[in-house]
Design a protein around this ligand. Structure first.
Ligand SMILES: [Fe+2]
Length: 334
């Protein structure tokens, strides 16, 4: 079946990938073959981006209570600023990255905000973003010396109620519309997923232990909560290591493969009909992050992707994948 996709000519590269914290300081915890396979895919992604030479990077990402909290949790937001920062000092060690500034593009972000409001899409406006693994794992592996302005678009993927995949598809379409109106060459990056069950406390569920109560406090208070309880991040990382070493099943390989196949088909209907309960059950509380990949796909008019790698990595507690749209962008498979 031949299908035409409306890919704005300004889009020169597009990649979606996992941002598991395991890719911070736990590369060595994965079996050697899996780590090497991942590194080869990252090298390919780096090359695609280097060749594309984008003027701007639009990053579809989610926050993990570093910027937002339950006291202020926008469903969708765009960061209107010429400078962003990251990682926070407390994350430098496990990300193995030093805090630095990143260029932003306030004018581009503002256009996204204006188009959103004009189209009845109630986007929130934020200032400088605080990048953690959401943006910095892609930076670390795909653009280690990144000096290209980043336009961060955030979607709430963790604190229910979450927007549907259908609504995230509409978000991507809207951003495609903005891209088509502006002159800059754009690379799209989405991060998150695939199936995983990271430590997260639901506010309406009983909290069984002290760590869960402390985590909930951070979720409620965000960055202030981390300052109030600086030890909690280390405890969460220890908890993740403990979970990774346990017998608990924390990857749904079939779901991961089904989703990657869906992206390879450019199957809008498959993604936009997914429900919250289905994603929560099959992909875990971290599976909702795949809405970011869905938004990216929509900005490309639902174009089909190419899978660079998929590995279920137990040590990183998740299905890990990287996909690219280079063939669709270059007119080879669209
Ligand atoms: Fe995440």
């Amino acid at each position: 079946m031949t299908q035409q996709h409306q890919i704005p000519s300004q889009i020169v590269a597009a990649l979606s990938m996992t941002h598991t914290p395991g890719l911070g300081d736990r590369m060595g915890d994965a079996p050697k073959e899996q780590a090497e396979t991942m590194q080869a895919a990252f090298a390919e992604g780096r090359e695609l981006l280097a060749k594309a030479k984008p003027d701007v990077i639009i990053a579809f990402v989610n926050d993990h209570f570093d910027m937002y909290s339950l006291e202020n949790m926008p469903t969708f937001s765009v960061c209107v600023a010429d400078t962003h920062y990251g990682p926070p000092e407390a994350a430098e060690k496990w990300l193995q990255m030093k805090r630095r500034s990143f260029k932003g593009h306030a004018d581009y972000s503002l256009d996204i905000l204006k188009q959103s409001i004009a189209d009845g899409f109630d986007m929130a406006r934020s200032g400088s973003a605080e990048f953690v693994h959401n943006v910095l794992i892609p930076v670390k592996y795909l653009m280690p010396d990144c000096d290209i302005p980043v336009v961060p678009v955030f979607v709430n993927c963790f604190a229910p109620p979450l927007p549907s995949f259908r609504r995230c598809y509409e978000l991507g379409e809207l951003i495609g519309k903005v891209i088509a109106k502006r002159p800059e060459k754009v690379a799209l990056i989405a991060s998150g997923g695939i199936s995983h069950w990271p430590p997260f406390v639901k506010e309406d569920e009983p909290n069984p232990d002290d760590l869960a109560r402390r985590m909930l406090r951070v979720q409620q208070r965000g960055a202030i909560g981390r300052v109030e309880d600086p030890g909690v991040r280390v405890l969460i990382h220890e908890k993740e290591r403990e979970l990774a070493a346990s017998d608990r099943e924390m990857i749904n390989i079939q779901w991961d493969k089904d989703l990657l196949d869906g992206f390879a088909r450019g199957d809008k209907e498959y993604f936009t009909s997914m429900t919250y309960d289905e994603i929560e059950r099959l992909g875990g509380n971290g599976g909702h992050e795949m809405c970011l990949w869905v938004a990216l796909m929509a900005a490309l008019g639902g174009a089909p992707s190419r899978t660079l790698v998929y590995e279920p990595v137990k040590a990183w507690m998740g299905g890990v994948g990287v996909i690219s749209y280079d063939q669709a962008i270059n007119g080879k498979s669209a």
